[in-house]
Design a protein around this ligand. Sequence first.
Ligand SMILES: Cc1cc2nc3c(=O)[nH]c(=O)nc-3n(C[C@H](O)[C@H](O)[C@H](O)COP(=O)(O)OP(=O)(O)OC[C@H]3O[C@@H](n4cnc5c(N)ncnc54)[C@H](O)[C@@H]3O)c2cc1C
Length: 388
Amino acid sequence: MDFSLSEEQLAIRAAIEKICARFDAEYWLKKDTEGGFPDDFHQAFARDGWLGIAMPEAYGGAGLGIVDAALMMQTISESGAGMSGASAVHMNIFGLNPVVVFGNEEQKSRWLPPLIAGKDRACFCVTEPDAGLNTTRLKTKAVKQGDHYIVSGQKIWISTAQITNKMLLLARTTPFEEVKKPTHGLSLFYTDVDRKFVEAREIPKMGRKAVDSNQVFIDGLRVPAADRIGEEGRGFEYILHGLNPERILIAAEAVGLGKAALQRAASYARERIVFDRPIGQNQAIQHPLAQRWIELEAANLLVFKAASLYDAGKPCGAEANAAKYLAGEAGFHACETAIMCHGGMGYAKEFHVERYFRESMIPRIAPVSPQMIMCFIAERVLGLPKSY
Ligand SMILES: Cc1cc2nc3c(=O)[nH]c(=O)nc-3n(C[C@H](O)[C@H](O)[C@H](O)COP(=O)(O)OP(=O)(O)OC[C@H]3O[C@@H](n4cnc5c(N)ncnc54)[C@H](O)[C@@H]3O)c2cc1C
């Protein structure tokens, strides 16, 4: 076993750090206060070709694996850009995996190059208000009419829908009552966001103000059949294919965020003098910080184990889910400890850790909840009966 990064991976990390250094903590604090998509940040990554890190070389990508992509996303988050920075590029990195794996040549050459170049921006439209985590119960309908579909329905929590011109959309093409299995009859589309038929209403939320989250109302959107990925009715299967790498990337981002918080806390603990000595000289301050470091390291090992398995083409469902769970919790606890270590100043925006804390809730909740992960491990790894 070799846990060290290769020369190439060290170079990736250094290059990402260099870009991130141009967007300092004050930049992200301003974004967190005022909102507004970090266009300049997104474009900086597009210009240097990073958005296609895990996309095939034939379409302008770098053709690298999920280990490299996870390293990139973790470095972004760890720079202090947190989930705001990571979410601004996240969809580009792996969101279009179903197109890469199941799309035809015409679709790949039409869709991937503009996404990699940062000209197109895409959102991922799966979650619905009435279905929740039970994705098979989603109600958005795509009804075939000749060479196109008419789509109507409602999505929720869709990131970046305010600023995207493309969407990856899961919709029902065969009614639930008519399919043999609940997972059948859903189809996947990648299509234009025609604002005449698509309304995105921003949800005021706890953190990550720079990257909008939305309720999306789709009413009579005309989607060409040429924008359907793969076969009609197999969309759920296509989405499932990309779930493990998606979880690995989010987990990598959560560890990065936790590390950013821990660095700030350790630095504050070294400098803040109370009772004539640095607060970091007290074990009550040291030990929680050390514990958080241990937890983040453990989570990180699982993140990169899962990523290595994925890149080697081996099953990684248990590891990817466990990594997302562990990293989400470790990132959250590190941010919480960082606030407590700062005392009152932990609650002040100018010390940044309260922003990290708010953002650390995202990788706990999305794209799948801790409860669902535990259900997965209980059933699939431990062989226990399905509980729901
Ligand atoms: C900031 C943010 C960004 C997001 N971005 C996107 C995006 O871009 N695109 C997208 O499609 N979605 C997105 N999501 C949605 C996200 O993936 C969902 O919120 C998440 O999957 C949880 O689904 P839900 O909110 O419907 O929870 P629900 O399904 O309503 O569940 C609520 C709670 O009940 C628990 N629960 C439900 N059933 C069971 C059971 N059987 N056993 C135990 N516990 C159970 C869940 O674990 C959870 O804790 C985003 C969410 C957030 C917060």
